[in-house]
Design a protein around this ligand. Structure first.
Ligand code: DAH
Length: 339
């Protein structure tokens, strides 16, 4: 019997298993009620009394060893298993904090989404433009002050190549290539030679909208603008249109909305008038249509242009325009909830 026990002791010492199932099989083989060690315990009753002490100690040793071995193999397996499933070798060593979307981008998308709901689609054009697309085609007279070096950045002293001063240039780009119906919204960056301060910057962002078709009227423009204002600033928002002048629209207007900060009662933001200006608009001047090869006797259209910074200021009351381009993460994080 002692020989049998010693044999099992070495067997258990050298025991290796490849899976948890095999381990369970080993546990059953050695330690279950009908396992080898139980069989030995049963036989133990029949051995001579003078051997009982020695054999008893050995059997206990064997049982203990079997239990310890199975337990330690089990722990090894559990560690390997959980380690393997949790281990992601592609993870970076340091936590990366998530960024936030820029407020200008958030508002740009909001403006575009509202116009998309009215059937407009996005159009884009180059930031480095020629005089024709930025000024000439849009009915700017040769001596118009906007063409002055004080307002416009020219490229390498070539007066024909400029950084676009407004996204109205995209109107022309699209109308030259497409016959009506045209219904586009053009977001983008524009440049003006301004001294940088809390209220002016040498670059900023605009969104231009253009609708050209048969029988487009000023009433259509007004309806679209009212829809836009209510969607953007809330259902109680009122609009008012004031006559204005732009070379590329006739008639032209500027639109105010009821001040969304004081609700129209009057506050420092609206200079106690209850109204704040948000955009320029008008009926596309027939000259502009003709410049782009569209018959102005058949078609008419409206155009709208607005500054994204201005709308963002109104929505979030950012007091200093420079904040938008400084990339101070403390400022950008303020917009986490809006992202
Ligand atoms: N392009 C004008 C600007 O930069 C904005 C503008 C006004 C666009 C009236 C328009 C418009 O389409 O109809 O100041």
């Amino acid at each position: 019997m002692l020989d049998k026990i010693n044999e099992l002791l070495t067997e258990i010492d050298n025991l290796t298993v490849a899976s948890l199932e095999q381990l369970e099989a080993m546990r059953i083989k050695y330690l279950s009620k009908k396992g080898l060690i139980s069989v030995l315990m049963d036989d133990f009753r029949n051995i001579p009394a003078d051997q009982k002490r020695e054999v008893g100690v050995k059997i206990n040793e064997l049982k203990q060893k079997a239990q310890d071995k199975i337990q330690s193999l089990k722990e090894q397996f559990e560690n390997v298993d959980s380690g393997a499933s949790d281990l992601d070798l592609s993870r970076t060593a340091y936590p990366i904090s998530l960024g936030t979307r820029h407020p200008i981008l958030i508002v740009k998308e909001e403006i575009c989404d509202i116009f998309k709901r009215l059937g407009f689609s996005i159009a884009e054009g180059p930031e480095i433009e020629d005089d024709w697309h930025v000024f000439g085609s849009l009915n700017f007279a040769d001596d118009h002050p906007a063409r002055d070096m004080q307002d416009t950045f020219f490229i390498q002293n070539d007066p024909q190549i400029v950084l676009r001063t407004h996204t109205s240039s995209v109107q022309t780009r699209v109308m030259e290539k497409t016959q009506p119906p045209i219904r586009i919204i053009c977001p983008g960056r524009v440049y003006r030679n301004e001294a940088i301060s809390y209220r002016a910057h040498c670059f900023f962002h605009q969104v231009e909208a253009l609708y050209v078709d048969k029988n487009v009227s000023f009433a259509d423009l007004k309806q679209a603008l009212l829809f836009f204002a209510k969607e953007m600033f809330g259902g109680d928002t009122k609009i008012r249109l004031r006559p204005s002048y732009f070379p590329f629209t006739e008639p032209s207007a500027e639109m105010d909305i009821s001040c969304n900060i004081c609700g129209g009662k009057g506050c420092p933001f609206c200079k106690y008038t209850g109204w704040v200006e948000i955009l320029g608009c008008g009926m596309v001047d027939p000259n502009v249509l003709e410049n782009c090869g569209i018959d102005s006797k058949i078609y008419s259209g409206y155009a709208v242009g607005m500054g994204i910074e201005r709308i963002t200021n109104l929505k979030y009351q950012v007091k200093d325009l420079r904040m938008f381009s400084e990339n101070d993460v403390r400022f950008l994080r303020e917009f986490e909830a809006a992202t």
